[in-house]
Design a protein around this ligand. Structure first.
Ligand SMILES: C[S@@+](CC[C@H](N)C(=O)[O-])C[C@H]1O[C@@H](n2cnc3c(N)ncnc32)[C@H](O)[C@@H]1O
Length: 199
């Protein structure tokens, strides 16, 4: 009996911790996955992360498009499920707040508002140029979305794109004297993105 109790505890405690840290397990609805694929514009060879991947449904869909799909998950039950049924994805039984995402092309988050903001601070300035971050339901406060997909009776999906080298060069060029609208917009966009971490 004690072993059964211990086994249940081992299964359930990590899920409770994950719920407390960032969000409990609530899967993205299957009909919403198409929205994600479209907004993220996933290409063959892209490296896609799902932070708190749940049952891995999003990763499976990304892998089908030819992406390398990687999920972080703390809940042991979800991890086991993914290991058994999402063979096309790579699953890490780890806390994503301590993850390394320098190689990410796409990062997906469906967490609490607080967790999105916290990840925003962790990711700002650490992603490669052109990397896309997609948040479902809640934005990252302080980041400027490149696109917001809003649909009636559905939660919003927010797309953020790390400035690419051309934007960086343009912003630097602007610092050297340009002050027209395009220059101001490039400078403030870049500033918002890079300064969020220090707030
Ligand atoms: C709202 S669910 C989203 C599941 C999946 N991404 C989807 O959209 O279907 C959040 C998931 O994140 C996991 N989670 C929460 N905090 C975590 C953390 N710090 N590290 C890894 N996984 C975490 C939870 O166990 C849960 O499965």
């Amino acid at each position: 009996m004690a072993y059964v109790f211990l086994f249940i505890l081992i299964l359930l405690v990590p899920s409770a911790i994950a719920g407390f840290l960032a969000a409990p397990y609530v899967p993205t609805r299957k009909r919403e996955i198409g929205r994600f694929l479209k907004l993220a514009e996933i290409k063959k060879g892209d490296i896609v992360y799902d932070l708190g991947c749940g049952d891995g449904r999003l990763l499976a869909a990304a892998a089908k498009q030819g992406a390398r799909a990687i999920g972080y998950e703390l809940s042991f039950l979800n991890y086991l499920f993914c290991k058994l049924f999402r063979r096309s994805a790579e699953i890490r039984l780890r806390n994503f707040f301590r993850g390394d995402f320098h190689d990410a092309d796409v990062i997906y988050m469906f967490l609490s508002q607080r967790a999105h903001n916290k990840m925003g601070k962790i990711l700002a300035g650490r992603l490669k140029p052109g990397a896309r971050v997609i948040c479902y339901a809640w934005p990252i406060e302080g980041w400027e979305a490149a696109k917001i997909d809003r649909q009636i009776n559905r939660l919003g999906m927010f797309l953020y794109i790390t400035p690419n080298y051309e934007t960086l060069l343009f912003a630097r060029h602007c610092e050297e004297g340009r002050s027209d609208d395009a220059a101001i917009s490039a400078k403030t966009g870049l500033l918002r993105f890079t300064s969020f971490r220090s707030q």
